[in-house]
Design a protein around this ligand. Structure first.
Ligand code: GDP
Ligand code: MG
Length: 335
């Protein structure tokens, strides 16, 4: 419908000209849709249909499921990190701290380039924030059903924004760690472990400084590494990082030296036993949320950088993606 340049004319609504012109009125403004002022692109029906049918996946922001992680791995090369240790060893807090360090731009050499799981990172940090109302910083307990779910991080080296690296990080619920130590079948069923490039084994310093728990903490580490060396198809490609977590329990202990010596002893025993079983075996001292001290951010960054130093498994698919693989959840290898 044409409109009129005269403000009081109702021709666009009623069709009646204000000045009574029967011929086309000189004040009329042509209808843009019919005048050809903005031409429409003719749309090929096949293209339109293909565009409409192509799925676009939105993520909830929560941890990725196995099939979502599988899709990410199918699209690009990914490093898989598997964190394991006793309940309350500080695994989730460590991951929350990683997210915080990135969010605050504190990382020295690496920059944040995206994450499909920002809500999950926020959730891990929430009870340490003032708005949460928690009396003191805490972390919600990781549930058993969260096993084989994944945090996602995409980063790039400082000054090289085109050079992306993707990481998927899984955190075994501490309540299931005793099962992992005791049962080979349980370990073999953890897809994050079977696919992992990096294993981060947490030894809780709160347990290491106590006579009652220190030996079982060490035995569990030995036992778990034994299971890993059996269930991994290629343990010699796995990088193992042993983290003395909640390190402030050692650092502010009156007998600090005694406990540091015990950690050295553990280090020696594990190295002697597993040096040749894995691609590498390194030890870290980390306090992600220490009492009265600063988080060991430098050590946390070094551990993260060590994950990036290894090459990711290439995802160049030689065959079509297998939508329901039974064995290989990266979905482009075995069925
Ligand atoms: N003293 C101390 N406490 C910590 C540290 N990291 C985490 N925590 C606390 O230890 C508790 C258990 O941590 P969490 O990350 O849930 O352990 P997870 O069960 O291994 O995931 C929480 O109350 C944390 O606030 C640390 O470096 N030092
Ligand atoms: Mg946890």
């Amino acid at each position: 419908m044409p409109t009129c340049s005269q403000p009081k004319c109702g021709v666009a609504v009623t069709g009646a000209c204000l000045e009574g012109h029967e011929q086309p009125c000189p004040h009329l403004v042509p209808d843009r849709a019919t005048s050809g002022a903005v031409p429409f692109e003719p749309i090929d029906a096949a293209t339109a249909l293909a565009g409409a049918l192509r799925p676009y996946r939105f993520h909830s922001g929560e941890k990725l499921t196995v099939s979502e992680a599988s899709r990410v791995m199918n699209e690009r090369a990914v490093r898989m990190v598997f964190c394991v240790g006793a309940q309350r060893a500080g695994k989730t807090t460590f991951l929350a701290r990683l997210g915080e360090v990135f969010r605050k731009g504190l990382f020295r050499k690496v920059r944040f380039a995206g994450s499909k799981t920002l809500c999950a990172f926020e959730r891990a940090t929430w009870l340490a924030t003032i708005p949460s109302g928690a009396v003191r910083p805490d972390t919600t307990r990781t549930q058993r059903r969260e096993n084989d779910t994944f945090l996602h991080l995409r980063v790039h080296p400082e000054g090289e924004p085109w050079c992306h690296s993707d990481l998927l990080i899984s955190d075994l619920a501490g309540e299931t760690f005793p099962e992992a130590v005791a049962s080979r079948e349980f370990c073999a069923a953890q897809r994050a472990l079977v696919r992992a490039d990096h294993l981060v084994l947490f030894l809780d310093c709160d347990s290491l400084v106590g006579n009652a728990k220190r030996h079982s903490e060490f035995d569990n580490a030995l036992g778990f590494l034994r299971q890993v060396s059996v269930v991994k198809h290629n343990p010699e490609a796995l990088h193992v990082h042993v983290v003395y977590s909640r390190w402030d329990y050692v650092a502010r202990h009156p007998q600090r030296q005694t406990h540091e010596d015990f950690c050295k002893l553990v280090e020696g025993r594990l190295t002697e036993r597993y040096r040749n079983s894995f691609a590498s075996l390194k030890f870290w001292r980390i306090a992600a949320r220490p009492v009265e001290l600063q988080p060991t951010d430098a050590e946390i960054q070094d551990l993260f950088s060590a994950w990036l130093e290894t090459s990711p498994i290439s995802c160049e698919p030689t065959i079509n993606r297998i939508t329901h693989p039974a064995r290989d959840f990266s979905a482009f290898g075995e069925i």
